[in-house]
Design a protein around this ligand. Structure first.
Ligand SMILES: [Mg+2]
Length: 261
């Protein structure tokens, strides 16, 4: 059902009145009614960011350096080679280890741990709810196909509920996040002529991903790692500490069924 902007504002106001415990963190602007949802994957649906952190800590310890969250924030959500360049340059090890060699070394370690990837809290509940209510969903992840298969091998059933999945090595994705490329590609592949970008809701954990979604003209719920500096929260439309805290009615989406919640 399409609503005019005025009707949408009215609905949101009524929802807010009926639900005073809403977890909206957004300042002032009323939220658009959402018709389509796009998820990031690493650190948002899957608890995989920890693998990258652990492996990078091991590599840096060889150079007597430590890995901190300001560097992590710059790397998250970027294409692998872009993130690798940031890593070797910002840590000052680029004379000893090239971005390409870093990726080869990291790869060997990651291959072992990716198949153990687990879902983030609330991910399954939210995806099943949106699917049950006919909300089209997609994933837009910087992860390449090879890693995607390893990370999702225990979660095939849940990921099959996506209308489509756009990966980082998709030929249409020219630039990684914060470029809007991947989200615009994901929006286009819904093949809904009536889709409007401002009615698309993105779920992201990474600053570059939040920026990419905003650059694409979409709304963003950010679910950041608690160690991420809060200065990175600013441009998100809503910030939650967990997907478990998401309230669909904040966004004009059908409420959770209390019995199954
Ligand atoms: Mg992520």
């Amino acid at each position: 059902m399409r609503r005019t902007r005025r009707e949408s504002h009215l609905v949101l106001a009524l929802v807010a009145m009926a639900n005073p415990s809403t977890t909206c963190h957004s300042p002032s602007a009323p939220k658009p009614s959402i018709t389509h949802v796009i998820f990031d994957m690493d650190g948002l649906l899957l608890d995989t960011e920890k693998f990258y952190t652990e492996v990078q800590e091991i590599i840096l310890s060889r150079f007597n350096k430590t890995f901190d969250w300001s560097l992590k924030a710059k790397m998250m959500g970027k294409k692998s080679i872009e993130a690798a360049r940031v890593f070797v340059e910002e840590t000052g090890i680029s004379d000893s280890l090239t971005a390409e060699d870093f990726l080869v070394e990291r790869e060997a370690m990651l291959q072992h741990v990716f198949p153990t990837s687990e879902l983030m809290p609330g991910a399954s509940h939210l995806i099943l709810h949106l699917h049950k209510n006919g909300i089209p969903m997609s994933i837009a992840t910087g992860t390449h196909k090879r890693h995607f298969q390893l990370k999702t091998q225990q979660h095939g059933e849940l990921f099959s509920l996506m209308h489509h999945i756009v990966l980082g090595d998709d030929p249409e994705v020219k630039q990684g996040k914060p470029s809007p490329d991947i989200f615009l590609t994901a929006a286009k592949r819904f093949e809904d002529a009536w889709l409007e970008l401002h009615n698309v809701l993105v779920f992201e954990d990474a600053p570059s991903g939040v920026a990419a979604a905003k650059n694409a003209g979409m709304s963003v719920v950010m679910v950041p790692d608690p160690r991420l500096d809060s200065s990175h929260h600013r441009i998100a439309d809503q910030v939650l500490s967990s997907l478990l805290d998401f309230n669909p009615t904040d966004w004009g989406l059908p409420p959770f069924d209390e019995v199954s919640a």
